[in-house]
Design a protein around this ligand. Structure first.
Ligand code: ADP
Ligand code: GN1
Ligand code: MG
Length: 373
């Protein structure tokens, strides 16, 4: 029922945008956890999204960031003789020239051109694809290395401040508004036992050991469009969280999701582990995409980036479960708890493979430095 209503509202929302008359909303699209995404078909296919107002409290600031970043990227893409309509997002304006349409119920909608002949994967299908996605995310960061970072709004304050996430988690345990804490004591203890993991990267940033860069901050495999023919990572999407951040976070989040042998919400935990071949390929691709811009400390901290982002995401899923599933979209009872458990399994697996992960990063970095000499 709710879904039908939203579909009707999506049909109404497209009327506000400056697109051809005969466009029609086909239905919900993709598998993001945050916004409501619809496919709009017509002369030129588009993507319509109802932005998540619980999460993005200042949608105008989100769109200002996205317009700034995509305009900047389009200039670079044009100079490199690329296709600016495929290699970055294109915002479609409303008939009165705005990047957002506010509907009568106070929701806001935005539209992009669809990246055609491309696909986003929820799971790695071929090792080469994963390598290409790593190159593209590294290159994205490299292309934004001279972006005026001070002009970016912080769309979600302290988004990857793991220490703050840890405190929010403790508060959720304490408040226990759904009376769920008693059933997840093992999971709660897991995160408490690894408290130092919540501090390590933030402390290094504060001590000046890791630089702040313009980063994507949500480098899931399904946030990149892969060209169906060339199988290259053609366009980085989901730009809602492009903000100053740590390079190792972007690397780590991609490993957390893409190098896992199981789905993020897999119930059979025996299927979930961190695949070292995929870890190696992503490391190679990311370092190449970054084009030699990472410092030696950043490179050395890549495995830590993977562990911290997995720890953080698991803790966010558990926090949301304890608070009654108000942040991430869920599609079944206990969905956030299932997601939390896969992240716990991955952190444990990374701890077991820690020396190997460090060795892989060292080897890849030496090889790439030799090639780039
Ligand atoms: P969320 O924040 O909810 O993850 P996304 O912006 O990532 O929302 O969009 C969800 C999914 O919709 C993406 O994973 C992708 O499959 C698809 N998508 C989004 N924008 C486009 C686009 N411009 N072209 C093609 N597919 C898109
Ligand atoms: C969300 O928007 P989406 O589905 O690409 C979330 C990420 C989490 C991810 C977990 C803005 O990503 O931070 O890592 O779910 N995005 C936001 O799957 O919170
Ligand atoms: Mg997404």
């Amino acid at each position: 029922m709710e879904e039908n209503k939203l579909f009707e509202r999506a049909k109404e929302a497209i009327q506000a945008f400056d697109i051809a008359e005969e466009m029609c909303v086909v239905g919900p699209y993709g598998s993001g956890h945050i916004n409501d995404t619809f496919l709009v078909e017509g002369e030129k296919n588009c993507i319509l999204q109802r932005m998540n107002r619980n999460i993005f409290v200042k949608p105008e600031e989100v769109m200002a960031n996205i317009l700034g970043v995509t305009t900047f990227l389009k200039e670079k893409i044009k100079k490199a003789n690329g296709d600016e309509l495929r290699e970055t997002l294109t915002v479609i304006f409303t008939k009165d020239g705005k990047p957002i349409y506010w509907d009568k119920q106070g929701d806001c909608w935005r539209m992009y051109y669809m990246i055609e002949d491309a696909i986003s994967y929820d799971k790695v299908e071929s090792e080469q694809d994963f390598y290409e996605s790593a190159w593209a995310f590294g290159n994205f960061q490299q292309m934004l290395s001279d972006y005026p970072a001070a002009t970016l709004y912080e769309t979600i304050p302290q988004f990857h401040d793991t220490k703050e996430r840890y405190h929010a988690f403790l508060q959720a345990v304490e408040a226990d508004v759904c009376n769920r804490a008693k059933d997840v004591t093992a999971e709660i203890t897991f995160f408490q036992d690894r408290k130092e993991t919540a501090y390590v990267l933030g402390d290094m940033l504060a001590q000046g050991k890791l630089p702040l860069r313009v980063t994507h901050n949500d480098t899931k495999l399904n946030n990149i469009m892969m060209d169906k023919k060339t199988r290259k990572g053609i366009c980085v999407i989901d730009l809602d969280t492009v903000m100053p951040g740590l390079a190792v976070h972007d690397f780590g989040d991609a490993i957390r999701f893409g190098a896992s042998t199981g789905d993020e919400d897999e119930k059979d935990l025996s299927k979930v582990s961190c695949n070292m071949k995929l870890f190696q390929l992503y490391t190679k691709g990311f370092l190449k995409g970054c084009g030699g811009s990472l410092t030696d400390t950043e490179i050395a901290m890549l495995p830590m980036g993977a562990k911290v982002m997995t720890y953080e995401c698991g803790m966010r899923f558990l926090t949301d479960y304890l608070k009654g599933d108000t942040y991430f979209k869920i599609h079944r009872e206990g969905h956030n708890l299932d997601r939390c458990r896969t992240q716990i399994k991955l952190v444990k697996d990374m701890e077991d493979k820690w020396e190997q992960m460090k060795e892989i990063v060292k080897e890849c970095s030496v090889k790439i430095k030799e090639i780039e000499k």
